[in-house]
Design a protein around this ligand. Sequence first.
Ligand code: F0G
Length: 360
Amino acid sequence: MEYPVSANARYTGLIQHYGDRLPIEDPASAVCLGEGRTPLIRTYNLPRRLGFEGEIYLKFEGVNPTGSFKDRGMTVAVTKAFDEGARAVVCASTGNTAASAAAYAARAGMQAFVIIPEGKIALGKLSQAMMHGAKVIQLRGNFDEAMAIVRVLVRDLPITLVNSINPNRLQGQKTAAFEVVEDLGRAPDYHAIPVGNAGNITAYWMGYKEYGYEGWCAPPVMVGFQSTGSAPIVEGRHIDQPDTVATAIRIGHPASWEGALDVQKESRGWFDAVTDEDILQAQRLLASTDGVFCEPASAASVAGIVSEIQAGHIPQGSNVVCTLTGHGLKDPDTAIRQSEQPFTVDATEAAVEEVIQGFL
Ligand code: F0G
């Protein structure tokens, strides 16, 4: 008897899937964990709540192997580093890059060094970097200071830098745009993304342009959202003491600033800022009404789209995609802090029923 073979059995990761579009000579040698092919989830309750007669989709990158979009770039960057004979990788990180670098380095048998701002990375991300065997160096400083240090460090040491200034990272990340076009059968009218270093928005735009040149889509208008406490691109100046509950995008000196401005110009898009309160509200709204749990930074894209729709900047009938960059489980502290707390009762049926009756 022959068993049916699902497509999953043959899918190893996005290097094999998009091999001819990535700078990898031998896709069979890829360091991969089955990243990519993330769902594009249509929301129903969100547009209804907003009175929006268009379509809002969530590109949920939280279901990548380490729980964020970073895996798309990391599979390419670590495969390249391995092929070039590197034995170690390093990154500065607000957490997700660290978790991803640690996992892919572990798989390749390489050492990862991750430099993070002490006390400002979400618990889930720290636990990942530690479990995957990275050497974790906590800085008494912020992400921008960590980034400045690693840029100089790699000039003198035999270590490959795997931050998004490594062009292989953006090559991998552009594949998310391919998937959106393949799922929708077109590009959306608007694509909203949370912005920290602006690497990801630059990568999506590369992807949309690549498919655009080949006639697969007309590229979308790109809209990037920062948090008001760390909105250097929106304010047009470096922020030396950035602050936001969305620690993933607590960045005041974005590494891909130029790229961001090109995206804005070429796509006729814009950047705007959303408050921490709006970010948390959007995170709760998505989790509690549409069943999708993303981390705070990711919710910036939805908070932004909500405010743009309310301000009339996104016309009725538009087709919108918001990228949710990381999973909500990355930051359990922030989730628990803003949620209704559990009811603690005696172990009797009556006590449990009393709580339930209160809500029926
Ligand atoms: N969303 C999440 C969840 C992130 O972790 C990041 C960046 C971004 C959005 C912004 O992406 O920097 O390409 O504009 N995190 C980096 C890190 C800085 O170290 O994990 P970007």
